[in-house]
Design a protein around this ligand. Structure first.
Ligand code: SF4
Length: 310
């Protein structure tokens, strides 16, 4: 089986920075203990698990907002994740006397700043994103007037609260162009003079472009966590923009050898929050895989938590 290693793949600058920040806090005793992360530092359970070995407590509950999660912390250090938080969260953490470390990605901060600027300029703001993701939660915390749009139906039902205002539209950084256009096309018909700021980040764009531009293959494997928006988008883009079947796996143990019957060429990519060694382990497995030799089917990861964080 020929294996095509798509590039770029794996860590983006925002994830690399966030992981570096957590490691620095672990190594530096001047940061008060215990160390908490408000949410998952990046959307990868293996990374969260690896940090747990160093005593880092990741607070994650899909039914609780970041503000509510703060109620679970009494003392120590709290690290805000790469997905960003609103000023309300930072203020509450500071008032509680916690040491606050902000690992928000600069591309997310750019969206926060653009929204704040346009609110000040008198625009009404609509934000396109996915439900139950921390990045929209941080954005919506900026101001209660912001309208959150997830679907074409949301766009059809949308109306300016004040018809005398102009509309400013922007989006979650890890969406695909397709996700945005299904909403934006409807808005543009209703509000032709809307102002749109495309905020898909470069890391997401380039990883999706590598999938779109890839040479013909029989199957595309995406390595990334179930919760990782940009990993899920890579599999979506492979299927919808290139008609190449795709499976997203969290690690080697998720692979089903039955997928590879009659497969001659396979491509591999990974989301921006996927540890490099996880993807390399899968590439090595696929390179030595032989459908007719079951001894090559074994799928047990040899990676330690130190490998995951290296
Ligand atoms: S995927 Fe984009 S927005 Fe998210 S952390 Fe990476 S660079 Fe930042």
């Amino acid at each position: 089986m020929e294996v095509i290693d798509l590039r770029p793949r794996g860590y983006c600058h925002g994830v690399a920075k966030a992981l570096h920040i957590v490691k620095k806090v672990i190594e530096d005793d001047t940061y008060p203990r215990p160390i908490h992360i408000l949410g998952l530092i990046v959307h990868n359970k293996k990374i969260t698990e690896a940090f747990r070995h160093y005593g880092v407590i990741s607070l994650d509950d899909p039914n609780k907002s970041r503000l509510e999660l703060l109620d679970l912390i009494e003392t120590g250090t709290v690290i805000m994740t790469a997905h960003g938080v609103s000023d309300l969260v930072i203020d509450k953490a500071t008032k509680k006397g916690l040491t606050v470390v902000n690992a928000t990605c600069k591309d997310v901060t750019k969206v926060h700043d653009a929204i704040k600027t346009h609110l000040e300029l008198g625009y009404e703001v609509a934000y396109i994103g996915h439900k139950n993701h921390p990045e929209p939660e941080g954005i919506l915390g900026i101001d209660p007037s912001i309208t959150f749009l997830c679907t074409k139906m949301d766009a059809m039902n949308f109306q300016l609260k004040d018809p005398n205002k102009k509309l400013f539209v922007t989006n979650q950084t890890t969406l695909s162009r397709y996700d945005i256009n299904v909403v934006l096309d409807v808005l543009r018909i209703k509000y032709p003079d809307l102002l749109f700021d495309d905020d898909i980040c470069d890391a997401t764009t380039l990883r999706q472009k590598a999938v779109i531009d890839q040479q013909p293959v029989d199957l595309c494997i995406v390595v990334g966590d179930t919760l990782s928006s940009n990993s899920n988008k890579l599999a979506f883009v492979s299927k919808h923009e290139r008609n190449i079947n795709s499976y997203r796996v969290e690690g080697i143990e998720d692979i089903d050898p039955a997928w590879f019957k009659d497969i001659k060429r396979i491509s591999v990519t990974s989301g921006a929050s996927t540890p490099t060694k996880l993807t390399n382990e899968i590439i090595d497995y696929l390179k030595s895989f032989d459908y007719n030799d079951q001894s090559t089917w074994q799928r047990k990861s040899k990676l330690t938590h130190i490998d995951i964080l290296s």
